[in-house]
Every structure is written in structure tokens, then in C-alpha cells.
Design a protein around this ligand. Structure first.
Ligand SMILES: NC(=O)c1ccc[n+]([C@@H]2O[C@H](COP(=O)([O-])OP(=O)(O)OC[C@H]3O[C@@H](n4cnc5c(N)ncnc54)[C@H](O)[C@@H]3O)[C@@H](O)[C@H]2O)c1
Ligand SMILES: [Fe+2]
Length: 412
């Protein structure tokens, strides 16, 4: 195996409780007129007002757009960009969950290059640098503060769409776990489970031939030696902290662990990419109106069973970071790792079957066939997936019988 690695990341990552107080000088080093993209909840938060005051003290003029809605309907991108144009922002700040951060990235794109956001769907369509973005997550989380993608929803399409480009990686990420202390248990669980799914899918993504063009032709290059470092660390800290953060939302050490976990998972998947669980979540989420994190997490144990024939050694390698102790052999470690993911998710209240998310048997074919449209994710999966493979995963996840799934999904 040839060694190969790609690391695209913000110019600066500030990590730690209280680091939100660095926003003022950080923004001042990038511009003088800041557009903040956030939502109504955050705009009412006293910590938000402190950050706005800090910007003012540092001589940065502020325009706030607080209309972000979850999953970012594309109309919002145009509305926010149009509303900000007369103000003339030279830096864009996203403060909130993944939806606010993705809106900030997409608005910075439109303010820089104009046009219709639909013209940028897919990979590599952004022609050049965009306004500097400062991303401040309040969930842990999507990792969007360090990734090259903005995920949006388009009312003309059933599935969500992505704009992916290295130019979308925020210039600065400020990761302050105190901002997540207000996350209710359910949000902590689904956003944390999303982060774990990012780490595991990045660690087991396909490894592509390490040509000198790979990082030019692909935004997401597949598993590599640098993304592996982040993915492994993410698995370790998320296993050590996610249960605790769900059980006691005021446990700041656990919140800090989860912030580190979502950040490192983002650095992993933001370079390697994700795979089948994310491809299946797009149609699953659209049909069941459930959150991104809930969908990927409910699917992940079944996707891992399906991928076991191709990824068993890698799952076994993750047993250590999961804290599972010494294992007799690789097969035992692989099975234990999959079981550990399933029981962690069950403990924190992730649905253990797609039936619990109200998916119906008649929808199995639709979810399976539409997942294949996410070719970038499907092609990144360690075991090749066709419609029949996708259907088997969805059917087993719908039934929610893990023992049966282990037998059925590992077969040819
Ligand atoms: N760009 C990426 O790399 C990437 C990666 C994964 C997911 N995503 C996208 O991110 C979105 C999901 O983001 P998310 O899970 O962070 O949730 P979110 O941003 O959609 O927010 C969900 C809800 O949580 C609330 N919320 C956020 N922070 C809070 C806090 N600290 N306290 C209380 N409530 C809070 C929000 O107000 C909102 O009502 C999806 O659209 C998903 O597709 C993007
Ligand atoms: Fe995700």
C-alpha cells in the first residue's frame, strides 16, 4: 500500500470552552463588515449577544440574518444573500447547528460568485475563493465547521443536495463546547451519532489509487493516512463521551469530548467522504421527515453488517479506540465493534429499526433505488453496492432484527 494523505482544513481552528470570546479579534483580522447567519433560537441566546458586542468592540460592523431553518431550503440562501448585499459584508459568520453553518457557506458563495445556487450543485463547481467564513458550531455535530460541503434542500427535488468544493472549507472554526450546553438530550444524541457515523464511514471509505491528480479530481478522496488519524481519534472520544453527554447535558467535560469528536470526525470525513449510510439517509429522511443524524445512525449498524465482508479488518481496528479491550481475533473484534455501535445508539435512544421511524415496507424499493443517485457516496462505500444490496440493507434495518441481519447482509 502506498502512503497517501489529504488534509484540507480551516486556516485556524480555535478549540476550547470560552473560545467564542476570540470571535471579535478573529473577525477583525479578516474583515470589517460581518454578516452573521444564525437562527431565531440562537439570536435570542445571551451568549449570542455577547459575541455581537465583542465584534462591535473590535470595530466590526454586524448584520444579522436569523431566519435559518433546519435542512436549509435553497430559497433561504438567496433571501439571506440578497438581504445582506446592501450591507456589503466582507466576512460571513455562521453560528448554530449544521444548518446555520451550511447556510453561511452557501451565502458566502453567492455573495462572492453570484448566480443561482442550483448551478453549484455537485462537486467542484465553485470557480474560486469565497468570502472568508468563520464557523461556530452549537451542536456536536456535523463537523460542518471544517468540511468542504454545504447540504441544502431543494423543494423541486425529493433528495437533499450538496455543494462541495475545497473553497467552501471555512477559514476559521471556533469550537466552544459551552455553546452546546443547551442542546436537549435528543439533539445531543442524534448529532453525536451523526459524528460517529462520519468517523466510521471515513475510516472504512474506499482507498483510491494515489495518483497526483486524485486531490484535483475529487473533493472527497476516500480513506487515506491523514483522515484515518482523525477518524480513529473521533471514534475514541465519542465512545468515551456520548453516553455521558446524553445522560447529563451539564457535564462540560463530556460536552468538550463530543465537540472534539465532531471536529475530528469532520476533519476525517471532510477529506475521505462518507458512504452508504449517508446515501440511504437522503431518501429515508425525505420520506419519513426525520433528522439527518437519526437516519444515518439508525442505518449504520446494518450498513456495517453489509460492509463486513470488505471492511472486517478495519472494524476490528476500531475496537481498540472504542475501548473494548483485548480481543481473541480479528473476527471477534469486528463483531464486537459492530455490536458496540448498536448498543451505544440504543442506549442513547436512536431508533433500532426504520419501522420505529415510520418507514413502510412499500418504501423499501424507493429508498434503495434513490440512494444510488448519491453516486459520490455509493462509490465511496467499501463493498460495492447495487440496488439489490441497498434493498437488502433497508429491508433488514426496517425489520430491526440484528441477528438475522448479520446472517443475511454478510452473504454474497
Ligand atoms: N456540511 C456538512 O459537512 C454537514 C455534515 C453533516 C450534516 N450536515 C447537515 O447539517 C444539518 C443538521 O445539523 P445539526 O444536527 O447540527 O442540527 P440543525 O442545525 O439542523 O439544528 C437542529 C435544531 O437544533 C437547534 N439547536 C442548535 N444548536 C442548539 C443548542 N446549542 N441548543 C439548543 N438547540 C440547538 C436548532 O435551533 C434547530 O432547531 C442537516 O441539514 C445535515 O444535512 C452538514
Ligand atoms: Fe452526517
Amino acid at each position: 500500500m502506498t502512503s497517501f494523505g489529504v488534509l484540507r482544513s480551516p486556516r485556524t481552528v480555535l478549540f476550547g470552552s470560552g473560545q467564542r470570546a476570540a470571535l471579535g479579534w478573529t473577525a477583525r483580522s479578516l474583515g470589517q463588515r460581518a454578516l452573521i447567519c444564525t437562527d431565531e433560537r440562537m439570536a435570542r441566546d445571551p451568549l449570542f449577544h455577547e459575541m455581537v458586542e465583542d465584534l462591535g468592540r473590535n470595530g466590526v460592523a454586524v448584520h444579522v440574518y436569523d431566519g435559518t431553518m433546519v435542512d436549509v431550503p435553497i430559497g433561504l440562501v438567496e433571501t439571506a444573500a440578497e438581504a445582506a448585499k446592501p450591507f456589503g459584508p466582507d466576512v460571513v459568520i455562521g453560528i448554530g447547528g449544521g444548518s446555520c453553518l451550511d447556510l453561511a457557506k452557501a451565502v458566502a458563495l453567492l455573495l462572492s460568485h453570484g448566480g443561482d445556487v442550483r448551478g453549484y450543485y455537485g462537486e467542484g463547481k465553485v470557480p474560486g475563493p469565497i468570502l472568508p467564513v468563520i464557523a461556530i458550531p452549537t451542536t456536536a455535530g456535523t463537523g460542518s465547521e471544517v468540511t468542504p460541503v454545504a447540504v441544502l434542500s431543494d423543494p423541486d427535488r425529493l433528495l437533499k443536495v450538496g455543494v462541495s468544493s475545497p473553497y467552501l472549507v471555512p477559514t476559521v472554526a471556533i469550537c466552544d463546547a459551552e455553546l452546546t450546553l443547551t442542546c436537549p438530550r435528543g439533539l445531543t444524541a442524534v448529532s453525536g451519532a451523526d459524528a460517529l457515523t462520519h468517523a466510521i464511514e471515513a475510516y472504512t471509505a474506499v482507498r483510491r489509487p494515489a495518483t497526483a491528480q486524485l486531490a484535483q479530481t475529487n473533493v472527497f478522496v476516500g480513506k487515506n493516512d491523514l483522515s484515518d488519524q482523525f477518524a480513529r481519534e473521533a471514534v475514541r472520544v465519542i465512545f468515551a463521551n456520548l453516553r455521558r453527554a446524553c445522560e447529563d447535558g451539564s457535564d462540560l467535560a463530556a460536552r468538550e469530548g463530543m465537540m472534539l469528536g465532531s471536529l475530528t470526525a469532520g476533519l476525517g470525513f471532510g477529506n475521505a467522504g462518507t458512504a452508504l449510510a449517508h446515501a440511504l439517509q437522503y431518501p429515508l429522511g425525505a420520506l419519513t421527515h426525520t433528522s439527518h443524524g437519526e437516519g444515518v445512525a439508525a442505518l449504520l449498524p446494518y450498513v456495517m453488517e453489509f460492509n463486513q465482508p470488505a471492511a472486517a479488518p478495519l472494524y476490528a481496528e476500531l475496537a481498540g479506540p472504542m475501548g473494548l479491550g483485548a480481543m481473541a481475533d480479528e473476527a471477534t473484534a469486528c463483531d464486537a465493534a459492530i455490536d458496540a455501535v448498536a448498543s451505544l445508539f440504543a442506549d442513547i435512544g436512536i431508533p433500532t429499526s426504520l419501522g420505529a421511524m415510520r418507514l413502510e415496507a412499500k418504501d423499501i424499493d424507493r429508498v434503495a433505488s434513490e440512494s444510488l443517485h448519491a453516486a459520490r457516496l455509493i462509490n465511496n462505500n467499501p463493498r460495492p453496492v447495487d440496488v439489490n444490496g441497498a434493498r437488502r440493507v433497508v429491508a433488514c434495518a426496517l425489520a430491526g432484527d440484528r441477528a438475522a441481519a448479520r446472517e443475511e447482509l454478510r452473504a454474497d
